[in-house]
Design a protein around this ligand. Sequence first.
Ligand code: HEC
Length: 367
Amino acid sequence: MQGPIGGTAMARKHLSVAFPLLAALLAGPALAQAPDLADGRRIYDQACAACHGPTGRPDPSSPVLAGLETPPADLSDPLFNSREPANDWELVVGHGGHAMGLSAQMPAQREALSAEEIRNVVAYVKTLADTSDYPPGEFNYFLPIRTKKAFPEDEIVWKGRYTPLDGAPDVMRNVIEIEKRVGHRGMVVLELIHEDDGFDSEVTKVEGGYKHVFGWNRERQSILSGAVILAVPTDGDESKEIIPYLAYARMFGDDWVFQSSARAITPLDDAGDGQLELAGALHYRWTQWPRNVFPGIEVVAEAPYDHFGSDVQWSAIPQLRFGLTKGGHVALNLGVEVGLSDQPWDYRVHAVLLWDFADGSFFKGWR
Ligand code: HEC
């Protein structure tokens, strides 16, 4: 007998033949079977608690712990527990710490446990802390080149931009960004901007600000944040700028990451003289293993407040993200920005190197 569930499954099967993308969109996480937490708990108590502690907090007096080079992190800490995507943890539990650049003393379980059991135990580990007010690490998507990220980070980023110019020396711009999470949903950021235009080579701007996650939706895997940045030029004659922005990101199906941001760059001396910048990025996340190359494309539109609509400058940035370490906590993004309007440059080359310092030292997990 075919009940309504069988019917839906049939319909989805037909759909997935006819429209793979549509089927992927419909078959979101909501339709996946919920993990069995009781089974997860049973496995945790048997196979994990000796090292990680029955509550997720390793017991410093345990003799097992004394034998470990790297003590396991506290899984009951909500910030730590929330920031790592469940999928990364399924890879760690299945393939062992070494596979993700962590200590090899974290044992691989894929011989002992089925994929289902690994999913169950990771889902149970995710319940060891109350993470309800922390944005889930699942929504920590790749850092695009110009689109602002919604997820709060503990990161140090170098952004280089090289602009060849006709009839003038080429311009090189370097930005160092230090980002630190604060509270449950916040992040503070400090940026130093250095420019070399062939005449002067100097720090031209210092920026600082705060980002806050307004909310997220687990079904759509979406996240929305807002931020305010103050930009202070080192040349006292230039105006300071206040730069509020919104950043929104979501998944389409299992593989497509969409990110977008809207920035209003407003000079404090003359607020009408500002500029609006809309940016969108699409990345193809074809595997869950972080050490890989992921293609992406960004489109940016910039326009002055007073000529909005008539004077839009478009550019496109095809790019490649290289996960450099096994866990992807050091990554490089290379892109070429092509001017599609009457920009003073034809193209410029971007390189972004990021180090997520919450995941450990820069030198960890390369081999
Ligand atoms: C022999 C001791 C031991 C056992 C047993 C063990 N672990 Fe671990 N686990 C570790 C150590 C040590 C680390 C830390 C690795 C590092 O940070 O380099 C770790 C790391 C982890 C992490 C990664 C955290 C991160 O840094 O992102 C997760 C998740 C985890 N273990 C879950 C489990 C689960 C689930 C089980 C049971 C199926 C388990 N572990 C069994 C020792 C163990």
